[in-house]
Ligand binder design. Sequence first.
Ligand code: SAH
Ligand code: SF4
Ligand code: F3S
Length: 485
Amino acid sequence: MSKPKRDLSKYFLPDMNKARKRIEQSKIITDQFEVPTNILNYGKGKKFHIRTYGCQSNVRDSEIMIAMLKMIGYEWIDDPFQADLIILNTCAVRENAEKKVFGEIGWLKQIKTTKNPNLIFGIAGCMTQEEKIVQEMINRYDHIDFIIGTHNVHRLLKILEQTILEKNTIVEVWSKEGDVIENLPDFRSSSIKAFINVMYGCDKFCTYCIVPYTRGKIRSRSKEHIIKEIQELIKQGYKEVTLLGQNVNSYGIDFVNENYKFSNLLEDVAKTGIKRIRFATSNPWNFDDSIIDIISKYDNIMPYIHLPVQSGDNEILKKMNRQMDINDYIDKINKIRKAIPNCAISTDLIVGFPNESKEQFENTLKLYNEVQYDNAYTFVYSPREGTYAATLKDEIKIEEKNQRLNELNELVKKYAKKNNEKFLNQIVEVLVEGPSKKDSSILSGYSPQWKVVNFKGDDSINVGDLVNIKITKASRFSLFGEIVK
Ligand code: SAH
Ligand code: SF4
Ligand code: F3S
């Protein structure tokens, strides 16, 4: 596509100052999505490819984009070189996530120059909500055809239509979150487990985090829409749902006329009878005791809680605006362990927050040794422009931070193995997902505690079955066992 010179004033560019504000109440809209008449069958005979980075919110957004593209006839293709449309669904949470995307944008240019000049190339996801990033994309690359933000994913087909008709780069990023759009088409990448958005956005403003800017303020979906979606999935044979949100524990705090919290939702979802329920992710701040009670009461809510703590040091937690001290956190962990004795617990940790001292880092190690997590996602702090923490002067060298990360990861490995070994000789129920990645003669699935379990299958076992497996081997990453007849 040859394009006229870019007129920046035509673009809907993001503005992080606007994104910071929390003013209007969002509405639930059920008639916003429609297929533009100009491109009803535009994708017939054409192929698309989407690359997804970041968290499950992006995975779910990609599924929705896939559904829209299929509606106008496009089909998925694994090989980007064969595609007529490529979308990168990006993540902004750390600098290296962004570097990876810039690398991909550069590399994918050759498809347009050498293989398919008519390729339409779009960027979606959280990076598009940052003004500097969008400007860099527009200034550095001329092969990007459209940029769509996180708040207007439902407008993908409109933006595609505009791209096709105007033959110009289209940038449409809304800085402020829109409404909750309920009539979106649906595609699911699995036939047995599904992600269910329960809330969007985040109002916590942890000082290091860009998510409240890229995903906007908290907007909870209505209980009725969520339950109806799950009931539909049960009819279709789904076995597991994961309730999704940046901080599911604050579900419902934005309801004006209703007192309905995450624990209420969890209980109503449990009552639908779906076999397995998971949820992600949980800032411990709003993780109240009623949630623990409900998990312990219902067998179909899985005994696995991801409870990101970020640091084991009270001073650092305060600087991060995590609103919780370590004593309170350990209190919660103890309550969980008492009420749900077989519960697996994992966490997220950031090392090297600006000026984190050796002693403060050691408090993180101390906490880790105390809680002995099943697993942890560990990160070196990455300054995100526009956040408060990025304005702090930082004296700690990156080499020191990397060394701390390695030290922490040794503990993660140690306790992952130790916790997995607890399952030796036990019988665990596994939801069968298919052949294992490494060996197709071996079947693989997850236990209630979110442990990968591999086992030798037989012809009687199908994807989606729940089978009992006796664990015979345990490594840091997975369990291995035999079917119990
Ligand atoms: N809402 C979740 C976290 C979502 S972001 C919660 O509050 O628990 C996922 C993880 O990325 C965070 O838990 C944090 O550990 C990490 N993270 C976020 N911003 C980061 C940054 N600027 N540098 C390094 N890690 C970061
Ligand atoms: Fe980011 Fe999670 Fe904090 Fe929200 S609660 S600001 S998503 S780390
Ligand atoms: Fe990344 Fe956005 Fe998720 S920044 S972690 S894709 S909410």
